[in-house]
Design a protein around this ligand. Structure first.
Ligand SMILES: Cc1ncc(COP(=O)(O)O)c(C=O)c1O
Length: 455
């Protein structure tokens, strides 16, 4: 095996098609339902929110979905992203494991999110859309869509979860630099936000609330659509450039992962890395162990119920079957803002139910410890969300050390933490604590799940 650290692909190796796992699944995922009729929704139900091309991708079962040339052209600004062997981290851990990371922090916004933001803005521009409303947690998605809006000449309005709005002023400045407008959510600008502010003027916000606000704005105006940075099938589809490139890079390395690790908020960076590998496995290729790492303070995959639920707090979205903590659940204000979502992507939930992936949940202090260890060995400061994947990979590498076996571990280092240095400063000063959700609140949120007619 080569002693190389970075496995580069040339620009012409940017994938020409996204990979759609729906083509290879042994059973299709449950349908998305209309909240009133409980019948499967059709394209007309989604038309107020999304352009036709994205609605078609949402239900497509074609294995390869062509990436439009204008999208590939913009991908060239940062893709193919590097895949590196974490040799220094391996040495620091004293592990026989071979640790690789796919580094998505090289994108203009600093994470995997532009992979779908560019595609979504492109299809919206093709459909003549002038304005897009969206939500953002940590600000990674908002700044990615703001960047995509600048490229395609679309106005972007971002509802940013209030707790992150306070924690990350420079993310907001980045969105504004790209030309977007960013407001703290819950906001007085929508009916959904006003109802919550009346009850609690200091409400910390949640992704579920911010989604309600953005959907409400989009549904009201013909020239405005909505965009989501995670969860939906088409978002996961766009992220598969990550895994497709990683497969080619692992071949360059003359190696193949035994274990894949990704963090899960709504599931998009995780699916982006693992779905192409799982697809190969489902078509008879080499099996791979897949681990989803989520925050213990918002553990949808490990503590949630697999049930039909709304994607947002005000119940404006269709019903999807997913692992959910209940749409009214408000997670505590821990630092990985991008992981503070009550639900999980229906496709990720489905592959979990099929037994194709495992899930674990970690507290934030152990994740920051892993991020600091990674930074000191590899030089890159991971985003707090990515620290969850780093923790998962380090734990697997330490298991290799205990067992005296060498396995190849590939993690998705989905973003850098350069806008999150306050969180690191707090961690280093001993000011961060592990946040616990309120069990009573979880029970209450789960008891409010929509009641469905028997199948
Ligand atoms: C860096 C980073 N990682 C992960 C996530 C979680 O989203 P997903 O699970 O869709 O990748 C976010 C969301 O904002 C993020 O900014």
């Amino acid at each position: 095996m080569s002693e190389r650290v970075t496995f580069h692909l040339d620009e012409d190796r940017i994938p020409r098609a996204w990979y759609n796992i729906a083509a290879d699944l042994p059973a299709p995922p449950p349908p998305v339902l209309h909240p009133g009729t409980h019948q499967p929704i059709g394209p007309d139900d989604l038309a107020p929110l999304f352009p036709p091309a994205l609605i078609a991708q949402e239900v497509s079962t074609e294995r390869d979905v062509e990436i439009p040339e204008p999208v590939r052209d913009i991908y060239r600004q940062w893709r193919p992203s590097p895949l590196r062997r974490a040799r220094r981290l391996e040495r620091a851990l004293g592990t026989p494991a071979r640790i690789y990371y796919k580094y998505e922090g090289v994108s203009p916004a600093g994470s995997h999110k532009p992979n779908t933001a560019i595609a979504q803005a492109f299809y919206n521009r093709e459909a003549g859309v002038k304005r897009i409303a969206t939500e953002t947690g940590a600000g990674q998605w908002g700044s990615s869509l703001a960047y995509a809006g600048a490229i395609f000449g679309i106005d972007v309005l971002v509802f940013m979860v209030r707790v992150s709005f306070g924690q990350k002023p420079y993310r907001r400045a980045l969105m504004e630099t790209y030309g977007a407008r960013c407001v703290a959510s819950p906001s007085p600008e929508t009916a959904a936000g006003r109802v919550i502010l009346e009850r609690d003027p200091n409400h910390p916000g949640s992704l579920g609330i911010a989604i309600s606000e953005a959907v409400e704005v989009a549904a009201q105006r013909d020239d405005t659509k909505y965009a989501l940075g995670s969860v939906l099938n088409h978002v996961l589809l766009h992220q598969t450039v990550v895994g497709l490139e990683a497969m080619a890079q692992m071949e360059l390395a003359g190696d193949w992962p035994d274990v894949l690790v990704g963090c899960t908020g709504g599931g998009s960076n995780f699916a982006g890395l693992v779905f192409p590998f799982l697809g190969a496995q489902l078509r008879g290729g080499r099996p791979v162990r897949v681990i989803a790492v989520e925050p213990a303070a918002c553990p949808s995959l490990t503590r949630g119920r697999y049930a039909y639920d709304f994607g947002d707090t005000a119940h404006l979205t269709p019903l999807t079957k997913m692992h959910t903590l209940g749409s009214t659940f408000t997670p505590p204000g821990f630092h990985a803002g991008g992981l503070r979502y009550h639900g999980m992507a229906p496709l990720v939930s489905h592959v979990k139910e099929l037994g194709l992936v495992e899930a674990v949940a970690f507290d934030q202090l152990r994740c920051f410890a892993a991020g600091v260890e990674f930074a000191r060995a590899e030089g890159i400061v991971p985003a707090p969300e990515a620290n969850h994947a780093v923790r998962g990979a380090i734990d697997e590498a330490l298991r290799c050390r205990e067992e005296g076996v060498s396995r190849a571990i590939l993690l998705n280092l989905c973003g850098h933490g350069h806008f999150d240095m306050q969180a690191y400063a707090d961690y280093l000063a001993g000011k961060l604590t592990d946040q616990r959700y309120d069990e009573a609140e979880l029970a209450m949120a789960l008891s409010g799940l929509p009641s469905m007619p028997p199948p």
